[in-house]
Design a protein around this ligand. Structure first.
Ligand SMILES: [Cu+2]
Length: 91
């Protein structure tokens, strides 16, 4: 009984800390060939907290869902920029 209570108490903070996933669309520059989106996707998915990144080569955008407690838009932009693809938030 006591052990179960302890387990519940220990698990609680994790539940509280887990933020809702947030999604952002980035305009990505310099994607000139079909392999570029793969590079951009990989760079984004390496950022801690990023769940899913999809890159649209035709629209030159990247749609990224991430945990706002671990990642933020600036970190995502930095990741694509470091990979050679500067990006900005799509408006
Ligand atoms: Cu390319």
């Amino acid at each position: 009984m006591r052990q179960r209570l302890m387990a519940v108490l220990l698990a609680l903070p994790l539940v509280v800390l887990a933020g809702r996933p947030q999604t952002v669309v980035l305009d990505v520059q310099h994607m000139t060939c079909g392999l570029c989106p793969i590079t951009v996707k990989k760079a984004l998915e390496k950022v801690p907290g990023v769940g899913k990144a999809t890159v649209d080569f035709t629209k030159k955008t990247a749609t990224v869902s991430f945990d706002p407690d671990q990642a933020n838009t600036a970190a995502l932009i930095k990741a694509t920029t470091n990979a050679g693809y500067p990006s900005t938030v799509h408006k």
